[in-house]
Design a protein around this ligand. Sequence first.
Ligand code: ADP
Ligand code: 3PG
Ligand code: MG
Length: 426
Amino acid sequence: MFKKKTVKDINLRGKTVLLRVDYNVPIKNGIIQDDFRIRQSLETIKYLISQECKIIICSHLGRPEGMDPSLSLRPVVLRLSKLLNKGVAFAPNLSSENINSEVKNLKSGQILLLENLRFNPGEDKDDDKFAKQLSELADIFVQDAFGVVHRYNASTVAVTKYLPSVAGLLLEREVDTITNVAQNPKKPLMVVVGGAKIADKIDILERFISMADYIMLGGAMANTFLKASGTEIGASKYDENELPLARRILQLAKTESKKRNFTLQLPFDVVVSKKMDSNTTLRIVDWSSYSLSEIESYPKRPPKRGSTVLSDEKIFDIGPFTGAYIAGVMQSMNTVIWNGTMGVTEVPSLITSTGPYSHGSELVLQAISGEFGHKPFSLVGGGDTAGFVQSKEMSANINHLSTGGGASLELLGGHKLPGVEALLDK
Ligand code: ADP
Ligand code: 3PG
Ligand code: MG
């Protein structure tokens, strides 16, 4: 049961509301690649419209350092307006004079979207001054940005000091559903973690070792563990700072698997290329197989080129055998938590519907969806991961598709979310 007040617990009629959403959506050349997070925000916005509120919407986009036109929220205006079938105004300048005059012009049921909050350095720093400036625009603060409530930001924590603050309907649903899975997962439980936000997500793996029956790593997360275990990963993306923790987690997993039926598995084959490109040459590096000649000549000849990532190559996806193996393990799992893509899913293919580095993620998605027979209960999270599921039009097959990546993992790991804790209690 959600313990915080929501928009339904207070009188909002005719009030001016500052609504924090997570519109951190992939945008390429001004075009929104996936609008899942925008669509998930509509329920609360429609409720606020029904209450005749004046609605000021704010969000972050990406991780800009100061002003960066490529990370403007302007492209969201048109999409939001289309989805709501009503006009949406935009405040391109976050300075108070500018926004104040825009807010004065707002009428009941109208919407103003503010520019990327992270263009103001106060946002990331949970700065009181910036939070106060935002709070002066409205009567009430509504938090609906589940994807970012694990952070201490001006628009997640500091702002709640200055305004009565309640949860939106998406935030309530996300927290309720994910907490339920965290407390009572139907076992056996498999956790698949990939993606690139290594520092954000690695801590939680320690907790999953005691919770899960099977942990599978992919993406740049797996690269960090492969490196930590002494495997050559060439020029692949990994996190140098997290190597000691990765080593500790591998050791912990080893100890756990001696105690009970538990496995932490790294990819045993990967897809590599020299450039991240739609029409580059791909190679599969497979650490699990040996050619007959290698075995017969052992130890005279060095391992074949095929089983080493070269210094100028990068791992961009898990390999086909690892993908098939994950799909196989899933046949005996009752719950699967998937967070972070298995590879770089943003690169499109020139010929097929599946990009050159998307095959691993596609196999995981098919297995979770029950396409190989058994369908486990599934909780899938993360902006990019959810975007991938949407692009394959398979969201209907997922039991809960979360808008939050790091936030959903924190919650699954039993951690408190500062942006939720700061809201009014029921
Ligand atoms: P989510 O948004 O689902 O929470 P992350 O943001 O942690 O997930 O990770 C998704 C990102 O990880 C994608 O942009 C993808 O390109 C990147 N990624 C996945 N695998 C790799 C890899 N092997 N090398 C570099 N980047 C990767
Ligand atoms: C996300 O995409 O996970 C959220 O929008 C949070 O973004 P952040 O990791 O840059 O804070
Ligand atoms: Mg992401």
